[in-house]
Design a binder for this molecule. Structure first.
Ligand code: ITT
Length: 202
């Protein structure tokens, strides 16, 4: 019988990317918000790690199943690491990607240092309180104007190191090979395999 793991996010873009990265592990049956209901978790943490822990542990407790959550932030050097943990609500409470991107471009008007990184912290939590944490980083820079239709969030403004295209100009499968999310989740693969084979008992 497959080990059920809940994806503790209600962001459909994230669900798609996470399943593209980890969906192939034999013996794991992923349950998304489409298959199982869980409450919204308030992201009141001061760090990506705190928020990822809050989301994973709350959903594991509520559903009685292992839960995987991740929190991601865009950290811009010239802005002292902002928007960081506040990336989703940078321009206000309603998580409007376009408003967030416009605010970022406004703050960087005339700024030569465009260096930035995406930072993901992933947490797998079991209902009994055990948990595992991994992280992934993608370095790059902020473009002068949005480009591309793929991806979500800040992707139209983010040019990975060694690339000329923004993440939103890449195909999803290209982003998923190099992304911060890929790096954080790949580090979780062995733990999930151990869960699937019963080496770790949920
Ligand atoms: P959950 O908490 O339900 O997982 P969320 O959208 O609130 O979903 P975060 O708290 O991690 O997720 O918010 C991070 C924000 O950062 C998100 O709303 C996007 O604006 C942005 N973001 C996250 N991952 C991104 C990516 O791969 N590319 C571009 N922007 C991203």
């Amino acid at each position: 019988m497959a080990a059920k793991v809940v994806l503790a996010t209600k962001n459909p873009h994230k669900v798609e990317e996470i399943l593209a990265i980890l969906g192939d592990i034999p013996g794991i049956e992923w349950l998304t918000f489409r298959e199982i209901s869980f409450s919204d978790v308030e992201e009141v943490g001061e760090t990506l790690e705190e928020n990822a822990v809050l989301k994973a542990t709350a959903v594991a407790r509520e559903t009685g199943l292992p839960a995987l959550a991740e929190d991601t932030g865009l950290e811009v050097e010239a802005l002292g690491g902002a928007p960081g943990v506040r990336s989703a609500r940078f321009a206000g409470e309603d998580k409007d990607y376009r408003a967030n991107n416009e605010k970022l471009l406004r703050l960087l008007e005339g700024v030569r240092n465009r260096r930035a990184r995406f930072h993901t912290v992933a947490v797998l939590a079991l209902p009994d309180g055990r948990m595992w944490k991994t992280e992934g980083v993608l370095k790059g820079k902020i473009a002068e104007a949005p480009r591309g239709e793929h991806g979500f969030g800040y992707d139209p403004l983010f040019v990975p190191e060694g690339e000329t295209r923004t993440l939103a100009e890449m195909l999803p499968e290209e982003k998923n090979v190099i992304s911060h999310r890929r790096r954080a989740l790949e580090a979780m693969r062995t733990i999930l395999q151990n869960l699937a084979t019963g080496v770790i008992l949920a």
